[in-house]
Write a protein that binds this ligand. Structure first.
Ligand code: SF4
Length: 255
C-alpha cells in the first residue's frame, strides 16, 4: 500500500473516545496480524477506500458543534506518518479533540505525532505479556535484537524479526506523561492466561489508565475459533493488575 487510505468511518460514537461524542476514522493497513483482530478486512493493501481525506474533512466540517472528538484508528495509523499528521492537523484546525489508537510498534512516529500537538489522547494496546507478545501479534517469535517491521503495510510477513523493545519504548514514553493516555488489553480465551496479567502488572505498573477489554467476535475476525472470557474470569485478571495499577478497570463487559 503506497498511500494512506480511509477505509471506514463511524459517524458517531459515545464509546471510542472517553467522555466525548466522537467520530471514528479507520485507516487501512497494519503491521501486525493479531489472530483475534476484528478489523481483518482493513489490514492489507487491498482494503477498499471508503472516502478521500477531503471528503472526510467535509463531513467533519458539517459536524462541528455536534461532535467533540475524532478517533484515528486502524489498522495502524502510525504507518502513515506524513499523511496522518496532515490529516490530524486539519482536523485539529476545526477545533476537534483527537484520540490516536496505536499498537505502539513505531515509537518514533508516536512521539512525532504527539510532538506536533495534534494528539489529545493516546490509546495503546498492550497485546499480552512479553513472553509471547510476538505470537499474539501474529509476528512470530520475540526478538529484541532483530531489525525491521513485523509486517509491512501490504501484509507481507515479517521475515526480519519482531522488536519487542519498540513496544516497550512506546509504553515507557507514554508513562513519562507527555500526553494523556491509556493502555488496554483485549482478552481472548485461548490466548491470554493469568500469567499475561502478572507480567503486564510488572511491566506497566503505576500507569495512568489501564483497561481490560473482552474479546468480541465481530464476524470479521482474522482467525476463527476464539471465545471470550466471562466477567467473573476477567475479575480474576483484574485482581492481579490492581496490585500495581490500582485504578485498572474492566471495560465494556457485562456478561
Ligand atoms: S494491531 Fe492487531 S488488532 Fe489492531 S488492527 Fe492490527 S492486526 Fe488488528
Amino acid at each position: 500500500m503506497a498511500k494512506m487510505k480511509i477505509c471506514g468511518l463511524q459517524k458517531t460514537t459515545l464509546l471510542d473516545y472517553p467522555g466525548k461524542v466522537a467520530a471514528t476514522v479507520f485507516l487501512g493497513g497494519c503491521n501486525f496480524r493479531c489472530p483475534f483482530c476484528h478489523n481483518s478486512d482493513l489490514l492489507g493493501g487491498d482494503a477498499p477506500e471508503l472516502m478521500t481525506a477531503e471528503e472526510l474533512l467535509t463531513f467533519l466540517r458539517r459536524r462541528q458543534g455536534i461532535l467533540e472528538g475524532v478517533c484515528i484508528t486502524g489498522g495502524e495509523p502510525t504507518l502513515w506518518p506524513d499523511d496522518a499528521a496532515e490529516l490530524m492537523l486539519r482536523i485539529k484546525e476545526m477545533g476537534y479533540q483527537i484520540k490516536l489508537d496505536t499498537n505502539g510498534y513505531r515509537p518514533q512516529v508516536l512521539k512525532e505525532l504527539c510532538g506536533l500537538g495534534v494528539v489529545d489522547y493516546v490509546a495503546m494496546d498492550i497485546k499480552a505479556g512479553r513472553r509471547h507478545y510476538a505470537e499474539v501479534c501474529g509476528a512470530g517469535r520475540p526478538d529484541r535484537a532483530a531489525a525491521g517491521a513485523a509486517h509491512s503495510a501490504d501484509g507481507s510477513s515479517g521475515q526480519l524479526g519482531f522488536r519487542l523493545d519498540s513496544i516497550e519504548e512506546s509504553a515507557a514514553w507514554l508513562m513519562e506523561g507527555h500526553v494523556p493516555y491509556e493502555f488496554r488489553t483485549t482478552t481472548v480465551k485461548g490466548i491470554h492466561t493469568a500469567e499475561d496479567f502478572t507480567d503486564i502488572a510488572a511491566w506497566i505498573g503505576g500507569c495512568e489508565r489501564y483497561f481490560i477489554q473482552g474479546f468480541v467476535d465481530s464476524g470479521h475476525v482474522l482467525k476463527s475459533g476464539f471465545s471470550a472470557y466471562k466477567r467473573a474470569e476477567l475479575d480474576e485478571f483484574l485482581d492481579i493488575v490492581k496490585k500495581t495499577i490500582p485504578g485498572a478497570e474492566i471495560r465494556g463487559v457485562d456478561y
